[in-house]
Each structure stands twice: as C-alpha cells, then as structure tokens.
Design a binder for this molecule. Structure first.
Ligand code: HEM
Length: 469
C-alpha cells in the first residue's frame, strides 16, 4: 500500500532501495533511461479515453487525436511524423515559411475583396494551407477536386461525433454491436454517413498525389516526401499511416487556427489602442524616409523586431484559448496527487481557460492586454500561455505551425487594414458581444469593419502576388 504513493521506478532491494543501481558518474544518463522506461507523471496522464462514436465507429482513431497511446506503435509513428514535418525545426525551415507567407497573401486578398466574410475567409485559407502542405494541392486553381468541401464535410462529422454527452454509445460501448437497421440504432446510420465522409478525406487527396506522381509532375508535399523516402516499397500499413497523418493535420488545424484569427479580429475591434500601438511598431519598421506607410509587407524575418505584435499573438492564445478544456486525458496507472488518490482509468480534463485566466498570473484576466508580456516579470505569464496547447505527451503537435500561421496573419492584417466596430444606420458604433460557441471555442458571429489603411497598400499585395500565385 505504501509503495503506491511513490512515483514509478526500478524495483530496489529491501532497506537499501535503489542505491546500488545509481551509477557513480553521469547519473543523468541512467535517470533519463529510467524516465523512458518507467514513465513520468506526464506519461501516465497521457492516454485518451476510448471515444466509441468519433474514434471507433466513425474512424477518427486512425488519426492522432483519438489514438490510444499505450501499446500503440501507430501513436508513436504519428507523433514522429508530426515532429518530422511540422516540429520546431521543420517550422523554422525557409521553404515552409515561404509557403506560409504565400498562402497568407491569399487571405489578405480575400479580406480586400470580401472583408465582411472574414470568418469564412480565414477558414478557407487555413484549409488551403493544409492541403498545400500535406498533398501539394495547389490553392490557386479553384479547387477542381472539391477537396475543401470534402475536408469540411469530414470535419463537420468530427465535430458532431465528438460532442460530449450526445451519443449513448459513448457511455455504453456495448451498443456499438447493434445493427444499423434497428430503430434505436440511428447512431449507427449517422456513424456510417460520417465514416463515408472521412474515408473520402483519407482516399481522394491521396489518390491525387498518386496520380500526380504517375504523371511525373508531383508538387512538393509531406506525402510526397514520405513516399519518396519509402522509394516505392511502402506497405499498405504505411500508406494508411501517412493518410492518417495528413488527416490528423486537418482535424487538428482546420478549426483551431480560424478560431484564433477570429478572436484576434474581435480583440482589435474592441481595443483600438492596442491596434494603434501595433501599427506604430509596424510602420516604424516597414516605412521609409520618403513614405510614412509600409513599403513592403512584413515577413517572418521581421518577427524579432516586432515584440509588441509577438505579445499580441500570446494574448490571443490566452484571451480566448481555442480549446478551452483541452482534450480529455485518461490515467493509465493509479497515482497519488497532493495526497489524493487518482485511480487508473480516471478521465482528466485540464481547464485551460481557468489556467489562462488565473488572476494571480494575469491581473484583469478578461482584459485583452499584450502589455502583460512586456514587463520585467513577464516570463511566468509567457510560459503559462503554453497551456493553450495542452500537456505532456499529448501536447499539440501543430503548435509551431499554428504560431507561424497566426503570427503572419496578424502582422500582415495589421499592416494592411484598420479593424473597427461596425456602425448602424444612424452612424452609431455597434458593440460586438464577447461570446463564444463550441468545444473548439469560436467567437459568435459578429460584424466589424475591415478597411484598407491606405489605398497604396493594395498595390503592395498585388505586386507581391505577381508571379507567385
Ligand atoms: C490555434 C491553434 C491551436 C491550438 C490552441 C491547439 C490546441 C491543442 C490542444 C489544447 C490539444 C490537446 C492537447 C492535450 O491533449 O493535452 C491539441 C491537440 C492536437 N492538435 Fe492542436 N492546437 C492548435 C492548432 C493545431 C494545428 C494547426 C494542428 C495541425 C496542423 C494541430 C494538431 C493537433 C493534433 C493532431 C492534436 C492531437 C495530439 C495527440 O492526441 O497526441 N493543432 N491541440
């Protein structure tokens, strides 16, 4: 009984415990080995509960978010692919950054021509980026295969199938064996429809890559690199794995990034002083002696010289975390935490929103205030913001690409546009409500004005588009 209060580790001898197993020098190597072998708290809190509807019946467990971690080599392989293609090193690569800058310009162009639909525009551009990166599916040819629609339909199924409490079969997994024709088994029919949509997302973009390879004109993409590495020797399991990886990119990124961008637009409409300060920072960097407005669009290379904009990005993660409850974790071994027994199998939800609204670390937590990251003691606040991306072995593997996407979108939008409250027919400003919907928390639909700051800036986007798109 007493042993259960100790962290897991190698069995020791009576009385002297582990003393003889501790090496005389470079102990850290042994301890690192024990960490891998016996796990840490992070590891025993890092599995997912079984999601019968979304994971098993619809099939999202083929991806990563619903994959079980314990004894599942596929989980490790998927995490490895995320690390290889969009881990911190990959996300600092100039080619990837260039693609992100290029795709972000189509967001600017859409905001110029259709500013009222900023929400849909952010969503479509996020989808396009994932399709370009994963499959090399070009975003400037009008989507001839309808992949954006295919992906969005699959994602609708993901959202509905994942709704907590909606499906009896999640509480009583044995119901999964009911035949679909039984009157009470409507969930089986819903699952079949969603599964068909998910299968399309697995198969159609993959076939696109295959055809392009056969035709000798494949665009660079994660899938292409993977298949080239396999050199034509890929097994059906490996094909399924890389399809699962591409689909996981979609399920993780498609809703979260647009939610963060829409929160940013809401924050700007409500906080003109923050916007002023950001634009002063940008203008100082991008204008010239002859011209007081920016003479070029900001790029990733400017990031270090834009501390206030970087602080805005952090504040966006904190103010409305896109996944306010994270994803559920399940405990794989009994544990004792602060004297409380946490039983194996318990489901743990981390209240990310509460962590990011802790008054002790973030005074006036409801206020959108990037300044909180610019003070001398802002390290703790900055580090805490990482909670927006989850914990332990399940920490969001898309966080680096998400940070890139949101940074480049925010900085170029601030460079080009002025965001303000919309006005009613009497010319009075309409206050947008700060309300959110959904498990992936999205600001409720609101109106605002997004106007180009200076007509000359329009040309800047057109010139820069030039031969690239
Ligand atoms: C606004 C941006 C984003 C936020 C705030 C966010 C947040 C999160 C959170 C809180 C989790 C749960 C972590 C946990 O269980 O502790 C998660 C998981 C995940 N995210 Fe993200 N995410 C974002 C963008 C992305 C992007 C762009 C991708 C992919 C391109 C992505 C892919 C994933 C995947 C695959 C998982 C599941 C990981 C696993 O189960 O091992 N996310 N994300």
């Amino acid at each position: 009984k007493r042993r259960s209060v100790y962290p897991p580790g190698p069995p020791g001898l009576p009385v002297i415990g582990n003393v003889l197993q501790i090496p005389r020098d470079r102990q850290w190597l042994k301890w690192a080995e024990w960490k891998d072998k016996y796990g840490t708290r992070g590891n025993i809190y890092s599995d997912r509960p079984t999601a019968t509807m979304a994971g098993e019946l619809v099939g999202w467990a083929r991806g990563l978010g619903y994959a079980q971690a314990s004894h599942n080599p596929r989980f490790r392989e998927l995490r490895r692919l995320f690390h290889q293609y969009i881990g911190p090193r990959a996300c600092a690569d100039a080619t990837l950054l260039h693609i992100q800058e290029r795709e972000n310009k189509s967001l600017l162009r859409k905001l110029l021509s259709d500013p009222d639909n900023f929400d849909t525009n952010a969503r479509d551009c996020t989808s396009s980026l994932i399709l370009v990166l994963a499959y090399g599916y070009p975003s400037n040819t009008g989507d001839p295969l309808g992949l954006i629609k295919i992906a969005q339909e699959a994602m609708e199924g993901f959202a509905v199938a994942s709704e907590p409490g909606r499906w009896w079969v999640d509480s009583v997994p044995a119901l999964r064996f009911l035949p679909a024709w039984l009157p009470g088994a409507s969930f089986q029919r819903a699952a079949q429809r969603m599964r068909a949509d998910l299968n399309k997302l697995f198969d159609i973009p993959y076939e696109f890559v295959r055809k392009e390879i056969s035709a000798g004109r494949p665009n660079p993409s994660f899938l292409l690199s993977y298949l080239e590495e396999k050199n034509g020797q890929e097994t059906p399991e490996e094909e399924d794995l890389v399809q699962g990886f591409a689909t996981a990119l979609y399920s993780g990124g498609a809703e979260t990034t647009p939610s963060a961008l829409t929160s940013f637009i809401l924050a700007m409409a409500l906080n003109p002083a923050v916007q002023d300060r950001a634009q002063v920072e940008l203008d100082a960097l991008l204008s010239s002696a002859q011209c007081s407005s920016p003479t070029r669009l900001p790029t990733f290379e400017d990031r270090d010289q834009l501390p206030y904009i970087s602080a805005i990005v952090k504040e966006v993660w904190r103010w409305n975390p896109s996944v306010p409850l994270g994803l559920p974790h399940v405990v794989t071994e009994d544990d004792v935490y602060r004297g409380y027994r946490i039983e194996k199998g318990s489901i743990i939800w981390a209240n990310v929103w509460a962590i990011l609204h802790d008054e002790e670390i973030f005074p006036e937590p409801l206020k959108f205030s990037p300044e909180r990251y610019l003070t001398d003691d802002s390290d703790r606040a900055g580090a805490t913001v990482a909670a927006a991306f989850g914990f332990g072995r399940r920490i969001c593997p898309g966080m680096h690409i998400a940070e890139n996407s949101v940074f480049i979108a925010i900085t170029t939008i601030l460079c080009m546009f002025r965001i303000s409250k919309s006005v009613d027919e009497h010319g009075k400003a309409v206050e947008p409500a700060i309300e959110y919907d959904g498990f992936i928390s999205h600001p409720r639909s609101f109106k605002c004005k997004i106007e180009v700051r200076d007509e000359a800036l329009k040309a800047l986007v057109d010139v820069e588009f030039g031969d690239e798109l």
